[in-house]
Write a protein that binds this ligand. Structure first.
Ligand code: PLP
Length: 409
């Protein structure tokens, strides 16, 4: 059986976690701070905060920006539910837009969806391929005349909506750590970029997430880091590490915050992952994706994903193959036939309007024809460090045989 995406856990990972366990400090501490510094250096930004998931990290961003009932947040219809769920959590309305042929948010559809209630845009780097961030940032800037900031909002002495004067662009980079736009790592393009280090992602801490800050002047990223750190720890003025200083026991609570800090056990895994990301993880994932490209490119039954173009390069997180011609039912039958050949594949993603909850909220799949057209034909193939070339060939063989079985030769 070839699994879909097991994490790479070896002696180095185990040793790093053991050292953290034996160090006497297991919650947020020196390893988390080191992980944050190393992530910031990698992404080329001043500050990164590491938290316990993409979901909680990005939800804090929406709360920091004062987004709530009556506000709209634009998301692609084609994404994982987390992108829209955080909008529901803060009581705002997810406004869905359709995607382009590369699965990423359509900037023209985005422009049409902006209203005076739009407070945030969350494009998604699906599979690791960066969205068209330059165009999306341009839409955010060019529609600033529609932006209507909340007047009574005060966060740490100022009003972030007044300061920015436009919709916040929060990139869902849950798949795209290490991907590049114009040669630069994802993280330094959107106002704020959210990464996920969930167990199945291309860089993992078991569970975890991080935010890279890139807000324009006059935002102070050190101040923003401090505020989000406080938000992640109940609004408490001192974290556990600061309180261990002799005599530094007293703290205050400035507001009823949340609890979503990263632990040093997670950071220990992340530091090992980061150490070998560029030298081992990314080259191996890239080689696997290129092997798939070569194997499927001469077969007209398949449509290949974009891995690279003149502006962007994927993180090689997912290999999102599409069938050139197939109905959703045929695709499902092909996946069953692949599973019968002992290979695990997946579908990324079921568009939000097909999920019971969002369907119940009145979203209609017919309004996002591209999202459906891509979803119905999509099959994600295994990509992970320990997948051998022979296994890649086995996956290819299983997929082609399954397609022949279901669609005929
Ligand atoms: C995994 C994922 C998330 C959520 O990440 P967590 O760290 O599990 O909260 C968000 N968006 C997308 C597109 C994802 O694939």
């Amino acid at each position: 059986m070839i699994p879909f995406s097991p994490p790479r856990i070896d002696d180095l990972t185990v040793k790093a976690v053991e050292e953290a366990l034996r160090s006497g400090w297991i919650t947020t501490g020196p390893r988390t701070k080191e992980f944050e510094r190393r992530l910031a250096a990698y992404c080329g930004v001043d500050k990164v905060i590491a938290l316990n998931s993409w979901t909680n990290a990005c939800e804090l961003v929406l709360r920091w920006y004062g987004i709530g009932p009556g506000d709209e947040v634009i998301v692609p219809a084609y994404t994982y539910c987390a992108t829209a769920n955080i909008v529901m959590h803060v009581g705002a309305k997810p406004v869905m837009v359709d995607v382009l042929d590369d699965f990423t948010m359509d900037p023209d559809a985005l422009r049409k969806a902006i209203t005076p209630r739009t407070k945030c845009i969350i494009p998604v780097d699906i599979g690791g391929l960066p969205c068209r961030m330059q165009e999306i940032m341009r839409v955010a800037v060019e529609t600033c005349h529609l932006f209507t900031p909340a007047v009574n909002l005060r966060v740490a002495g100022s009003n972030p909506q007044m300061r920015l004067g436009r919709a916040l662009v929060l990139c869902d980079a849950a798949h795209s750590f290490g991907a590049r736009i114009e040669g630069k790592p994802v993280g330094g393009q959107a106002d704020i970029t959210g990464f996920s280090f969930h167990a199945v992602k291309n860089l993992t801490t078991a569970e975890g997430g991080a935010l890279a800050f890139n807000l324009p002047e006059p935002f102070d990223t050190a101040e923003l880091y401090k505020y989000l750190n406080t938000m992640s720890l109940h609004g408490q003025s001192k974290d556990a590490l600061a309180k261990t200083q002799p005599g530094a026991w007293r703290y205050d609570v400035e507001f009823p915050g949340w609890k979503c800090n990263m632990t040093d056990l997670q950071a220990a895994i992340g530091l090992v992952e980061l150490d070998r990301y560029e030298s081992e993880t990314e080259p191996r994932r890239k080689a696997i994706c290129e092997r798939y490209m070569a194997a499927f490119s001469n077969d007209a039954r398949f449509e290949l994903p974009v891995l690279k173009d003149e502006h962007r390069e994927t993180s090689y997180h997912l290999f999102m193959l599409r069938l050139a011609k197939a109905t959703e039912e045929q695709r499902d039958a092909i996946i069953t036939a692949i599973a019968e050949r002992e290979v695990s594949v997946n579908v990324h993603f079921i568009p939000l309007p097909l999920l019971s909850y969002y369907k119940g909220q009145g979203y209609r799949m017919d309004d996002y024809p591209n999202a459906y057209r891509h979803y119905a034909r999509e099959i994600s193939l295994p990509v992970y460090y320990d997948l051998s070339d022979a296994q890649v060939d086995e996956v290819v063989g299983a997929v082609k045989a399954a397609v022949t079985q279901v669609l005929g030769a």
